[in-house]
Design a protein around this ligand. Structure first.
Ligand code: AHR
Length: 511
């Protein structure tokens, strides 16, 4: 057993945790949109205006703050006019990025806005900079957000939507260093500035504009971009970081992995913190007043596709390993919530590290879904100071905080944590989220409040554990499921035992 103490200071609030950190991403890729969220009004699968009821219900429980669409790489070959008007007349296009399937555009702007409406979330639209035009981007914004009697507004009204939609988040291009046009940062920065200039605010709709930021460790992109834009042009830049146990040729299986691959995955997932910190350092040099936020608008695990499935569909299973990756990533985002204003896991249904998998009318919630559900109380709460005592060990130039797990040449922290507070009925409600990354040692965590504080009664404890390879199937959809218990907590110290390879969330009032 590994033992540690986690010091929590409920009075020392550090930053506001934007609910948008718990955002999702949906792309026209594989079975994310079609089959995943949208089945059409005539489907036998229960739906409301074409959206799967089971999927919408499951996602509503996650209090989805924001949903990014239509890509991904798809965004830079998407022409919004193809996806409006009578469905039978919509243009059929080849989805060249993802399996070469024919996209019939039956899910377009109106359908996406309907989905966001049903989910109760903000839309986050990625406009096409790579293969579109400034005029096309400008007119999409007008179509969605303008009122009056312009030709474009009348077209929207003729297509069934009278008033404008509210639209805050607009990303201009996606991965323009890669699938979005193979651009150099200076070329992209100039293009970005031109595009954003024509994305106007109509009426009282105010856009929040997001520039395409770096891939993983591409610090040069951040430097070049940040030296060319300021907050008049962009409200945020977006980082993409995926966790692959192997390399792009051999990523590794989602379900069949050994301990070495497990620890490699966890170590690579944790590395996002180093990357975030270095990009923030560069951003700070150019924007010391922190006017430009950082988004992580694509993140998550990426494995080889499930055997027998279309390689272009990126369909993968989701085990307890993914739950640990989700938990530690969200803890990292919480800890950097002073600068991270949004994060969007890739992707919401049937693609990469999904919340939900579907097969015909069947649905299952993945272990990652449970983590998002457990973390809901962090949304909109205030991050508070929390730390362990252990000496920091430095390996391969990396800092490891708290008690360490060593496996061959890998060292990772055994404990990942973050703590937030909300005021409820005049009392402080703590949300403590913890993950034990070790596969062989249980972790005993002493939660310690300053002397003047005390845990005040009933603590609600949600626990997600299970063998690291465990996952849910359509035959056994609840094989891995979080369970809740309640305990009476008093005094300023409480000990919590985390099983190997587990995620835990505690909610408790303090006084
Ligand atoms: O999420 C899958 C793909 O990963 C996205 O389309 C792209 O932006 C990234 O490379």
């Amino acid at each position: 057993m590994i033992k540690t103490t986690l010091h929590i200071d409920p009075a020392k609030t550090l930053s506001h945790i934007a609910p948008e950190i718990y955002g999702q991403f949906s792309e026209h890729l594989g079975r994310c949109i079609y089959d995943g969220v949208y089945v059409g009004e005539d489907s036998e699968i229960p739906n409301k205006n074409g959206m799967r009821k089971d999927v919408v219900d499951a996602l509503r429980a996650l209090k989805l703050p924001v949903l990014r669409w239509p890509g991904g790489c798809f965004a830079d070959e998407y022409h919004w006019r193809d996806g409006i008007g009578p469905k039978e007349k919509r243009r059929r296009m080849v989805n060249t990025n993802w399996g070469g399937t024919v996209e019939d555009n039956s899910f377009g702007t109106h359908e996406f806005m309907e989905l966001c409406d049903q989910l109760g979330c903000e839309p986050y639209i990625a406009v096409n900079l790579g293969s579109g035009t400034v005029q096309e981007a400008a007119e999409w914004i007008e179509y969605m957000t303008a009122d009056g009697d312009s030709t474009i507004v009348k077209q929207r009204q003729a297509n069934g939507r009278k008033g404008p939609w509210h639209l805050k988040y607009v990303g201009i291009g996606n991965e323009n260093w890669g699938c979005g046009g193979s651009m150099s940062p200076d070329f992209y920065a100039n293009e970005y500035k031109r595009y954003q200039c024509f994305c106007k605010n109509y009426g009282d709709n105010k856009l929040y504009k997001v520039a395409c930021g770096p891939n993983a460790e591409d610090y040069n992109w951040t430097k070049e971009l940040m030296s060319r834009i300021d907050h008049w042009h962009a409200n945020a830049i977006s980082l993409h970081y995926y966790t692959l146990p192997g390399d792009w040729e051999h990523k590794g299986s989602a379900t069949d992995f050994d301990e070495q691959e497990y620890y490699t995955t966890i170590s690579k997932a944790m590395y996002i913190e180093n990357i975030i910190e270095k990009h923030l350092e560069i951003m700070d040099e150019h924007d010391p007043e922190h006017n430009i936020d950082l988004f992580v608008d694509e993140w998550g695990t990426w494995y080889d596709v499930e055997p027998g499935t279309n390689p272009g569909f990126l369909y993968q299973q989701n085990t307890m390993r993914d739950a640990i990756v989700a938990a530690l990533s969200l803890n990292i985002f919480n800890k950097h919530s002073d600068r991270i204003a949004m994060a969007n896991i890739a992707q919401v249904v049937n693609v990469l590290q999904a919340m939900l998998l579907t097969e015909g009318s069947k649905i299952l919630k993945t272990p990652t879904y449970d983590v998002f559900r457990m973390y809901v109380p962090h949304q909109g709460a205030e991050l508070v100071e929390s730390h362990t005592d252990e000496t920091t060990c430095v390996e391969n130039g990396r800092t490891v905080k708290g008690p360490a797990v060593h496996y061959n040449d890998i060292t990772i922290p055994a404990l990942s944590e973050s703590v937030s507070v909300t005021e409820q009925n005049g009392q402080k409600l703590l949300t403590i989220t913890l993950a034990n990354t070790s596969l062989c040692d249980t972790l005993s965590v002493e939660l310690e409040l300053p002397m003047q504080y005390s845990f005040a009664g009933e603590a609600s404890i949600a626990m997600l554990d299970g063998e690291v390879h465990a996952y849910n199937t359509f035959e056994d959809p609840d094989h891995v499921r979080a369970y809740e218990t309640e305990e009476e907590w008093n005094g300023n110290i409480q000990t919590l035992t985390l099983p190997v390879n587990s995620v835990c969330r505690v909610n408790c009032y303090v006084c």
